[in-house]
Design a protein around this ligand. Structure first.
Ligand code: NAD
Length: 461
């Protein structure tokens, strides 16, 4: 196996300057991105902004129509403007025709979804379908890049699928390029990555993929060039570690609650240590979202398949489920029982800045409240529908004021900054009792207490 080496990108042009190196105009590349989800759409628009010609392929007709009419299918700050600008400049187009992903394109990024199966392992159906449909068209001049999060050995698996279907053509290089952007700040992250991981064994293909990323990067970022397998593992290990770090902060908050120590001061003191760092060390209602839950399950599943026990990751997963229950129990304690009580929930998205409800911790928590007999109503600035995830008993209200009216207690679950600006003094007078459980430690406890609220936070005294 090749060792990892880092290359520091240099001579990075500012996005509005001409991309020039050694007096030469660096050419844009013809790029296809398959899948117009959070990752595919941000990448397609971002690469177009860099100066590449990008076609983004999406098979969901409803999503495609929205995109063609200038709308985006989910909430992501700054993305709509980025897409509009690049469509206008004719750098970005949308299609449902997979052939367009291949004919005339140099680099083909695959960014289709890789959700969990019942077993916890990864459903590679969408990826395999793309590989099988493209393989008879791909040539050795092209580069297939796996941007989706895919289990160990997937790049090799895709090479084999292509070999089976490629009618004797020399197959393209298959490069692993896992994505690390965060929903809610995906556009910023795309232009300011902390590292770009590129795995493969074809040096020309690797150089081209580096060029595609480097052309418009706003600040130099290290490229971690390695094998396909190491790139695949870096992504899973990173997400398992992030879940562990959040889970640690959540458990610590429980301890701080029972020994009456302020967890926010503890994590502040911890985070100043560069060996620890302050990011992802804030207690909350439990980690969730479209990535961490499925990725930690695959991480554990991959270990089990190699007869390896992952005691830490297993515990992190179990602790998160327990943590959701703990949020329900703590709400119950604040109210002295949940049956017949009105709980007003502030926030539904798994984190602020996104409309994504996949594996949001709000789902098990609201289900727990409903099962214990509470009447739950919720407000979220962006999520306006129950969708397939939330129970039918939940009422979603259009205005934050409606969450307060007649409520026995408020439960703040998503850290939307808008919640800090609510008229806490006056809205409290519309509640049955002024009680709040701030499961994000977003609000100032002293101020709320001054306004007459009985306040509970996460490890806050
Ligand atoms: N969402 C994130 O924050 C994030 C961050 C890092 C990595 N990832 C990884 O990136 C991948 C994509 O995630 P996402 O959240 O963008 O997924 P998503 O489900 O939001 O989007 C996937 C898109 O691909 C489309 N698609 C599926 N099959 C297709 C085909 N054959 N042709 C054309 N389009 C097709 C789907 O219709 C959908 O629009 C996953 O592997 C995920 O784990 C996601």
């Amino acid at each position: 196996m090749k060792p990892i080496h880092e290359t520091e990108s240099s001579e990075i042009p500012a996005s509005d300057s001409k991309p020039v190196a050694n007096g030469q105009l660096l050419p844009g590349v013809n790029v296809a991105v398959i899948g117009a989800g959070f990752v595919g759409l941000v990448s397609a628009a971002g690469f177009a902004e860099f100066g590449h010609s990008v076609v983004c392929i999406e098979k969901d007709q409803e999503r495609l129509e929205l995109l063609r009419s200038g709308k985006i299918p989910f909430y992501e700050p700054e993305l709509a403007e980025l897409i509009e600008r690049n469509v206008k400049n004719k750098k970005l187009s949308f299609s449902d025709n997979l052939n367009e992903a291949v004919v005339g394109q140099k680099v083909i990024f695959v960014a289709v979804g890789t959700p969990s199966l019942e077993s916890g392992r990864t459903d590679l159906g969408a990826l395999d379908e793309v590989a099988a449909s493209l393989s008879h068209l791909l040539t050795s001049e092209q580069i297939l890049v796996l941007k989706s999060t895919v289990p160990l050995g997937s790049a090799q698996r895709i090479r084999e699928i292509i070999k089976t279907h490629c009618n004797g053509n020399r197959p393209p290089a298959v490069i692993s390029n896992p994505e690390f952007l965060r929903e809610g700040s995906a556009v910023f992250d795309f232009f300011n990555p902390e590292r770009v991981v590129i795995g493969g064994d074809d040096t020309d293909a690797i150089d081209t993929v580096i060029h595609v990323h480097k052309l418009g990067m706003l600040k130099p970022a290290p490229f971690v060039v390695t094998t396909n397998e190491t790139a695949e593992m870096i992504k899973y290990a990173s997400n398992a570690y992030l879940a562990t770090k959040i889970g640690f902060a959540n458990e610590l908050a429980g301890l701080c609650d029972s020994v009456e120590v302020n967890v926010m001061e503890v994590v502040r003191g911890m985070g100043m240590d560069s060996r620890i760092g302050s990011e992802f060390l804030n207690p909350g209602p439990g980690w969730g979202g479209s990535c961490l839950p499925k990725d930690i399950k695959e991480y554990i599943g991959m270990a089990k398949a190699s007869q390896q026990q992952m005691l830490i990751a297993d515990a992190v997963l179990k602790a998160n489920v327990r943590h959701h229950q703990m949020i329900v129990e703590k709400t119950e304690k604040l109210l002295g029982g949940l049956k017949g009580k009105v709980v007003g929930v502030l926030g539904l998205a798994f984190k602020a800045g996104t409309s994504d409800m996949r594996s949001s911790p709000t789902i098990p928590i609201i289900n727990g409240l409903v099962q214990a007999g509470a009447n739950v109503r919720a407000f979220d600035p962006i999520v306006k529908e129950r969708g397939e995830y939330l129970p039918a008993e939940l009422e979603i209200v259009a205005d934050s004021d409606e969450v307060f009216a007649g409520a026995d207690c408020l439960l703040l679950l998503t850290e939307w900054q808008d919640f800090q600006l609510l008229d806490w003094a006056n809205l409290g007078s519309t509640m049955k009792t002024r009680k709040i459980f701030d499961a994000r430690n977003l609000l100032p406890p002293e101020l709320l207490r001054r306004h007459g609220y009985e306040y509970a936070g996460m490890g806050q005294i």
